[in-house]
Design a protein around this ligand. Structure first.
Ligand code: FRU
Length: 680
């Protein structure tokens, strides 16, 4: 009997603590997060369909809801009022909840005096900006201290026949300062205002706002940010059977800003998947701490990245490690592994960046871009046995008074690797006088001396541009599991207003290109063959042209192979064209392939200097020239004679101009294959 009484008492206590909490606690809103359907809420309409549980994907919460359910009036065409159970405001006197919707018209949340029905406080969704609906919750925190003695309810109203409101996660019992602070943090994160955790902040911001970017205004198969600005490729690597590519990224706007590392991965270098931001700057301040360019290396199944931290007045190199290739932990407690104390006296610590790491024999090496104190560029070589302790080996290449017109004052983003037993150095010299892009991107070959650091045997006149277009910079390479040396570059140039900024993004990568050396040690680059898997709808065209013909072919996301037999005068192809003369013209004349984008720029960047470029070309033995041309909405990449030269540019036509014309001043035979590229 005694045991029975004890049992009943215990059950009673348990029920009071757990079972009846909602009903007994006057400060609790029943079912405040809609996880139990509509339990506890009354509606002005019978059994409306209001609970939604969509959508999570990739581990990101699309709506950034709490739990799995939230309330939405989306399915309704008539007005509704939804009222919570009565409650009292507890704790600090604050009420917090999540709200969004596609309308500001007659849709709101109110705090109601339960006795008098007086409206005490009102909130509507501020996220709707009138242009693009962003279906993501913002957090509201009401100060309800004046109403703490009252019995109140929450009333959700939607009287907008076409609009709707969504809400979630009401909390009227915020008891501690910590709880309050974490809600404030959430308010900031959700509105894109940064907090101390810059990685999380950037990630939240992207998840909130990426929907603003209209898919029609994005590239289809070129890597770009989910939103915002990107520049250089970083950490390009084949890791755990996938291609990983990181990039300089400022998600918060379409302009360059404090640099993060964005991240994508792919199985085939064509279809890419976004991964969380890998690295954030230390502070979001112009003063520095930004994560500048760097590279990656796979060591025994772990991914190491080395990159530059940029501070005003100096730059140094830090290193981080990841087991899964996604989440990185700083090594050396975030302190530099190479800093100005490692520099020779003739290097300026202000410009010391972009380490590209590689292994040779038993040591790790890194080339790093630098500027001499006399303001000529240089690339420096460092070595290390353990990635933590680095030694300066020597200068790989140095600009001098004799090379200034070719080489500028600072060599950014160096990369060095071996092809056919020859060492190839890529670099992006800044401020080349008279260069159409101000900064150039060049390669030179030689023999890297690991004792002195020098690239033996290079000569000034050997230095060649890698790409003759208007938008190609800071290329980086890697070797994949098939032994291919693959290069990607930033498909944009500095100091130009990015043409797509109006769409909420700027910058992309070129198509990845396999690079090799020919018999004369000239760099050959050609699009990775995987892109051909996305070709469809082949159309062929063959004609001897004199004057101009409309081929009746079109498209702005296409792949073309064109062979033609030029004689005298201009002969070539117009892409992104129309009958009014718009278009990008690619043609041969007197030993050069020209690209003229004047008529594809809507008046932007006017002047031949910014719109007409040319690459030297040799007509092949059979009298022909081969062009491979890839278009992707805002870009054109031309590969000449199997990749002996390349011309890469952004263009700014309208999507409506996508016709293809051929033209020639003499009779010229053209043979063309044309595919749509469909990458979804
Ligand atoms: C090259 C560059 C690098 C630097 C990065 C900053 O485009 O200037 O030297 O690390 O961009 O975003």
């Amino acid at each position: 009997m005694k045991r029975k009484i004890i049992f009943i008492i215990v059950i009673g206590i348990l029920l009071t603590i757990f079972g009846c909490k909602d009903k007994t606690d006057p400060y609790q809103i029943i079912n405040s997060g809609f996880e139990d359907g509509m339990t506890g809420w009354t509606t002005s309409m019978e059994e409306p369909d209001l609970i939604r549980t969509d959508i999570t994907y990739d581990g990101h919460r699309k709506y950034m809801k709490e739990g799995s359910a939230f309330l939405s009036t989306k399915s309704l065409t008539e007005g509704i009022e939804i009222t919570s159970s009565p409650f009292k405001i507890g704790g600090l006197g604050k009420i917090s909840f999540l709200i969004s919707g596609n309308t500001l018209e007659n849709a709101y949340v109110e705090l109601i005096n339960h006795e008098t029905d007086e409206v005490l406080l009102t909130a509507d969704s501020e996220l709707y900006d009138g242009i693009v609906f962003v279906d993501n919750f913002t957090r509201v925190i009401w100060d309800a201290t004046p109403f703490m003695d009252l019995e109140v309810t929450i009333r959700i109203t939607d009287h907008d026949p076409s609009g709707y409101i969504i809400v979630d996660d009401f909390d009227a019992k915020i008891e501690s300062d910590e709880e309050h602070a974490s809600y404030i943090d959430d308010v900031l994160l959700r509105s894109g205002i940064k907090t101390d955790d810059l990685l999380m902040s950037a990630e939240h911001y992207i998840n909130l706002y990426k929907y603003r970017i209209n898919p029609e205004t994005r590239y289809t198969y070129h890597v770009m940010g989910e939103m915002g600005w990107i520049n250089d490729p970083n950490g390009f690597v084949y890791f755990q059977d996938e291609y990983h590519l990181f990039y300089q990224h400022h998600p918060y706007s379409s302009m360059w800003g404090p640099m993060h590392w964005g991240h994508v991965k792919s199985d085939d270098l064509v279809k890419w998947e976004y991964l969380p931001i890998a690295v954030a700057p230390i502070v979001l301040d112009a003063g520095g701490g930004a994560a500048f360019s760097g590279s990656a290396i796979d060591i025994d199944g772990e991914l190491y990245i080395i990159y530059t931290e940029n501070w005003i007045g100096y730059q140094h190199q830090v290193i981080a490690k990841s087991e899964d290739g996604i989440h990185f932990e700083m090594l050396n407690e975030g302190l530099p592994v190479i800093d100005e104390s490692d520099l020779p006296f003739y290097a300026n610590p202000i410009d010391f960046r972009d380490p590209k790491i590689f292994k040779h024999d038993d040591l790790y090496y890194s080339v790093i871009g630098s500027r001499q104190i006399n303001n000529f560029g240089q690339v420096l070589l460092f070595s290390s046995a353990n990635l933590m302790d680095w030694e300066y080996v020597g200068p790989v290449i140095q600009g001098s008074i004799n090379s200034i017109y070719k080489l500028g004052y600072m060599f950014e983003c160096p990369d060095i690797f071996e092809l056919n037993g020859i060492d190839v150095l890529l670099m992006s010299p800044q401020q080349i006088p008279g260069h159409r892009n101000t900064h150039g991107t060049v390669y030179v070959t030689g023999d890297l001396n690991y004792q002195t650091g020098m690239l033996d045997g290079w000569t000034l006149d050997q230095i060649q541009e890698i790409d003759y277009g208007f938008d190609f910079y800071a290329p980086q390479t890697m070797v994949d599991d098939q032994g291919r040396r693959i290069m990607v570059a930033w498909m944009q140039s500095w100091n130009r207003s990015p043409m797509t900024a109006q769409y909420g993004w700027a910058g992309a990568m070129t198509i990845p290109r396999v690079i090799t050396l020919d018999a004369e040690n000239k760099l050959i680059q050609y699009p990775i063959e995987e892109i051909e898997n996305y070709r469809s709808n082949i159309q062929s065209y063959e004609e001897t042209v004199s004057g101009m013909v409309d081929t009746d072919l079109d498209g702005n996301t296409i792949d073309i192979e064109l062979k033609f037999y030029p004689t005298t005068g201009k002969s070539g192809i117009t892409l992104f064209g129309d009958a009014l003369g718009n278009g990008t013209h690619v043609y041969y004349q007197d030993g050069y392939i020209y690209m003229d984008r004047t008529d594809s720029m809507n008046g932007r960047h006017s002047g031949d200097f910014y719109n007409i470029t040319k690459a030297p070309v040799q007509i092949q033995e059979d009298g022909s020239i081969d062009l491979r041309i890839l278009l992707d909405r805002f870009s054109i990449e031309v590969f000449i004679n199997g990749g002996q030269q390349a011309i890469t540019s952004t263009i700014y036509g309208s999507n409506a101009t996508d016709s293809i014309y051929l033209f020639s001043e003499q009779d010229t035979l053209f043979e063309m294959s044309h595919w749509d590229l469909v990458v979804e």
